[in-house]
Design a protein around this ligand. Sequence first.
Ligand SMILES: Cc1cc2nc3c(=O)[nH]c(=O)nc-3n(C[C@H](O)[C@H](O)[C@H](O)COP(=O)(O)OP(=O)(O)OC[C@H]3O[C@@H](n4cnc5c(N)ncnc54)[C@H](O)[C@@H]3O)c2cc1C
Length: 463
Amino acid sequence: MEKDRMISELVLLVGSENVLSSAMHFKLYEYDASLIRSQPDCIVLPTSTEQVSKVVKFAHDNKIYVIARGAGTNLSGGSVPIRGGIAIVMTRMNQILEMDIENQRVIVQPGVVTLDLKNLLAKHGYLYQPDPASEKVTTIGGNFGENAGGPHCLKYGVTSNHVLGAEVVLSDGQVVQMGSKALDNPGYDLLGVLGASEGTLAIVTKAILRIMPKAEAVKTMLCIYNSIEDGGNTVTAIIGEGIIPATLEMMDNLTIKAVEEAYHVGFPTDAAAILIIELDGLKDGMERLTERILAICREHNVREIRVAKDQAERDMIWAGRKGAFGAVGRLRPNYLVNDGTVPRTRLPETLAKVVEIGKKYKLPIANVFHAGDGNLHPLILFDERDKDELERVHAAATEIMKLCAEMGGTISGEHGIGLEKLHGMSLIFSPKDIAAMKKVKEAFDPLNLLNPGKLLPETEKAA
Ligand SMILES: Cc1cc2nc3c(=O)[nH]c(=O)nc-3n(C[C@H](O)[C@H](O)[C@H](O)COP(=O)(O)OP(=O)(O)OC[C@H]3O[C@@H](n4cnc5c(N)ncnc54)[C@H](O)[C@@H]3O)c2cc1C
């Protein structure tokens, strides 16, 4: 359909106040936090499920692509409209619809900002556990779309473990319910299929989330090391003893220095690595567990341990960790975030190889990662205006992806496949595996209109 007509039809459907179509707006919605850019043909900001349904039905009837978008912070190209079409931006659907505290459930619209929900729940003594470092801006819909993780997901599980039900708009505009407030539901687990589907199967318009009471006690420790290997071995040893802390987060020297320069949180800039260990749970037994963990750290040559004395000191440590990506962003004009996962016993070995890859391609790489999950985030620093450097960045990222697969891990721990990691799918899936996933896509979206070209390689060449 001709673009101007499409825009006028959409204005009729949802009102001019909910449609954006100026050159400036196309520019604003052409990117996410990956390196990929492409403009939509029209931007719609619906305020209700009914509006989403109308827009999707219109797109279906006219064979127009539809790309759901939350805050646009994903790191793999997930919300970039690579073939144009309608960007449906969910940020105006940002209401918390029900707080069922007694049953430990909340029902939210997908545009609710993750931290806003957490702050509201904190007033009631409750927590929504998933905590991506980007939680200040990301939306619940985008978190489910990518199955976002975060430091506390080691103990509590990733986003899909906390989404129990959803209202969704299917590719033809029909509105259906999946799951419920219950923990288990009969029938096919359609909701399970939807988590991490990156807007390629349906659009979430409501989510039922599990919440938990805040822990009685929390202990946060900053462990400082002269070698990354010792930090990595500490992680393996803690988990090997059957202890699952709430978090086990690591940073290397380049990241520590960037964070310290940006936020002055007191991180030691001469350390090779720091490990943030947080315990939460009952007061009873916490001191004993802390002592055991500290002993394990000492067995692995920890240089210094700082135990946070109060909430202010805890907040300081977490401000450093959660601000790490932003701080590293100050070092060079661009960075590319890798997201492979390896068995945690192979962390030290993998990190050493990542350093080698950095040297081979003459690129600085900063590492900040969810060590407990074996989820690495090598941040490759570069300047995208330098075409030769850009090529080396892509080659290095592909090599890191291959490395993680060879180590018995996988190519994405939480940031999704999008477009950026499409060519890595064949490293972990056989053609038959991919064909089985394509059948799911065809069942949900037979016309291939929802976020086309993402997540599943459409051709053998793309894989
Ligand atoms: C500084 C920084 C730190 C980060 N830290 C983390 C981290 O710790 N852990 C982590 O997991 N990620 C992290 N990320 C990545 C990113 O924030 C997450 O992927 C997040 O979940 C994206 O949410 P969003 O609202 O920005 O969604 P978007 O980026 O807009 O969309 C993400 C995907 O979900 C789909 N989508 C959006 N809304 C819907 C909907 N309503 N229905 C169906 N599909 C939908 C989109 O089509 C897209 O494919 C970080 C990113 C940055 C820039």
